[in-house]
Design a protein around this ligand. Sequence first.
Ligand code: SAH
Length: 457
Amino acid sequence: MNHFPIFLRVAGLRVAVSGGGAAAVAKLRLLLKTEARIEVYAETVDPLIAAWDAEGRIALFSRPLAQDDLAGLRLVYAADEDAAADARVAALAEAAGVPFNIVDNLEASAFLTPALVDRDPLVIAIGTEGTGPVLARKVKALLEERLPAGLGAVLRGAKALRPEAEALPPGRARRDFWSALFDRAMAGEAVPEAAPLLSDHLDRAPAPGRVLFVGAGPGDPDELTLRARRALDQADVVIHDRLVPQPILELARREVEIIEVGKTGFGPSTPQARINGLIVERARAGALVVRLKAGDPGVFGRLDEEIDACTAAGLDWAILPGITAASAAAASLGQSLTRRGRNGELRIITGQDVDGLADHDWAALARPGAVAAIYMGKRAARFVQGRLLMHGADPATPVSVVENASRPDQRVLASRLGRLAADLAAADLRGPAVIMLGLAPRDAAALAPAPLREAAQ
Ligand code: SAH
């Protein structure tokens, strides 16, 4: 981000516009929505500006902006539509430390004016850092369409309702009321309906805590399910693994309590009993707990232990499935996980067990056409390779390793069983990776990043 969005107080403060033509009029139209004290500096002005001056909505000065005018100014717009005049105003503002905008000159400006969706007090500012004004307009059109015109009035009404709503217990009950109110507002309903809605919510018994075991998918927020998104939106507490990336956590409400219970193959980890304890404790206190796990919560997620803890505590729970790493990896390879005539069976196995390297039915896995997704398999690669070759697997069997599947830093290593361990060591993959035994990228040359292409030959 080159520009940081903020909402600047201008009520009662001076904002100046230098210029009297169309560019000045356009900015003034926006500024007139505010409570700022607006000053216009220009020798000749559009009749509209003269009229605003006559109505007392702005103060017109029929001379150029001077250095003395800058003291105490909040903002300055250089809207003379003349490069030299604009540069002069910008230099004056810069020297006086007043933020300035040169109309249609993003690069030379200190701030830019976003496209606005105005449902005051709800104001949405849209910016593209100057790269896509057309997109900004499309987004604006989308929001204008979606947000009823009366939304601002509902918000103002809501303010009046706030003292009464305090009668609801803080936390979820109160939030549920506001959520129901704004759902209605978004559907175009007006404020007066709020009072019966509030008394309805006041009569309700407090909702008990609940636990949702939610699959976060392989890492791309777009690969979350709609249910997962909704759960994040409603959660009071999010307890997540280290594998769940920041962009997904950012979808949670701002006030939510976010607890990381680190669990990676190598680093320090939170003991399972402590995780169970946290889940139960928060849900018992009445919270909606989202236990967020990478991929699908039911695949190598120690889900049962946490469900058992909930059941023992008498807590209500549900599982929201997610896209598991194997699905994401196969998609990135352009391959299917099962194929008629090749494999009627897919194995999802782990490289690591509680006791170290995991043992499996190597003979079955060594058969031609076998496909398996090996999770937590990086450190076990040499062992897996040795066992499979020992059981007669062809060293030329394709094996792909997909690191950071679905994420911007995804890497695909196309290898063969006979040199899997060596290729993995050379590739030095640091992120989560799933080893896809029996699958090569459909188009190896196109999919593998340059340094890894050799391995695919
Ligand atoms: N529940 C998860 C698996 C958790 S076990 C799921 O369904 O995907 C952790 C292992 O999952 C990692 O060691 C790695 O093998 C795999 N994994 C998780 N996310 C991954 C990703 N984005 N890319 C590749 N592998 C991933």
